[in-house]
Design a protein around this ligand. Structure first.
Ligand code: APR
Length: 317
């Protein structure tokens, strides 16, 4: 049986980590594409030369030619500029729209059957554009944001409660911006509500709410926190890990339930927009959107986040 094939469009910070993670997990053969000559070739040679140490048997190729992505099962897109300190993700829309248009054309022409996972920012707009240009069905074009936003939320909860990250369950919905919706009501440690554990820890309901509000705020601004520290770019390890979780669920048909930027057609009261919601990801891409009832406060936050997504998408020329 032929090995799976993964194409990575954009060989920068995230692209390099994606390639290494694909190799370490032996997800399949990997092609790394970039417009900069030598960059993807150099990174893939470097990763290939670590294979005897780490013990992965996959083919790794760096390229400047779209023809090399032919036959890819999954394409992950990171092409585009990252943020600099003081910038919002939305500030990238003009330059990254042009890049995304050319990338989507390359994917459409060379890997017409692939599942596409977009990471480039501003995410909700870039995934919308990618689907429009490729014309691929909605279940095959998705965006990575929620897995990372949720991972950040989970990390903060684990650190606060002094428990393993493995036992924390939490999720964010909505757009990949400052209005994202971390779901406090469903945050748990092995099913035990996080709010209850915080109240036990602080012996005060008010203090527990204060601590949770701070974690929600930090989650919303977590990307910017990394940008401010790095000064020269944005987060790259965690976005790569998050997209790999999505790709792996599709490639292995695991049917994991992952918060995914998916096209909504009435779910959560939204029609015709890409928004972050829990999805079953399997061999069919988005196989199901898991809808559930939001309470009034959550719905209000979701509406605000969706309004921001609509404004962003509407601002694309
Ligand atoms: N086609 C392919 N690759 C391109 C193109 C293009 N038209 N234009 C730029 N690139 C490449 C750059 O050459 C660079 O190697 O995209 C890569 C982007 O890499 P970085 O600048 O290191 O950015 P990175 O940190 O990987 O983030 C990429 O993901 O999370 C988002 O906001 C982030 O939009 C940014 C994207």
């Amino acid at each position: 049986m032929a090995r799976k094939k993964i194409a990575l469009i954009g060989g920068g910070q995230i692209g390099g980590v994606l390639a290494q993670l694909c190799a370490l997990r032996e997800l399949g053969d990997v092609v790394l594409f970039d417009i900069v000559e030598g960059l993807p070739q150099g990174k893939m040679l470097d990763i290939a030369e670590a294979a005897p140490v780490d013990g992965y048997d996959v083919c790794l190729k760096g390229t400047n030619s779209y023809e090399d992505i032919a036959g890819s099962d999954v394409v992950i897109v990171t092409a585009g500029l990252p943020r600099k300190p003081g910038m919002s993700r939305d500030d990238l829309i003009e330059v990254n729209s042009k890049i995304m248009t050319s990338v989507a054309e390359g994917i459409k022409a060379n890997a017409p059957n692939a599942f596409v996972i977009v990471i480039s920012n501003p995410l909700d707009a870039m995934v919308t554009l990618c689907q429009k240009v490729t014309g691929f069905p909605y279940n095959r074009v998705i965006g990575q944001a929620g897995v990372l936003d949720s991972a950040r939320f989970k990390a903060f909860i684990a650190w606060e409660l002094g428990v393993s990250v493995k036992d924390v369950n939490a999720m964010t919905l909505g757009g990949h911006g400052d209005d994202m919706v971390p779901l406090v009501r469903y945050a748990s440690v092995n099913g035990i509500p996080v709010m209850e554990l915080l109240e036990n820890k602080y012996k005060s309901k008010e203090k527990a709410q204060e601590v949770m509000a701070a974690m929600v705020k930090r989650t919303r601004g977590a990307g910017g926190e990394v940008v401010a520290l790095l000064k020269t770019g944005s987060a790259f390890y965690s976005p790569a890990s998050s997209a790999i979780a999505m790709a792996e669920s599709i490639l292995k048909d695991s049917k994991r339930v992952l918060p995914t930027c998916a096209f909504l057609q009435g779910e959560f009261g939204v029609s015709g927009y890409y928004v972050g919601v829990p999805c079953v990801l399997g061999a069919g891409g988005v196989e199901k959107i898991l809808e559930f009832k939001l309470d009034a406060e959550e719905q209000a936050m979701m509406d605000k986040s969706v309004a921001a997504v609509k404004e962003l998408v509407g601002s694309m020329k």
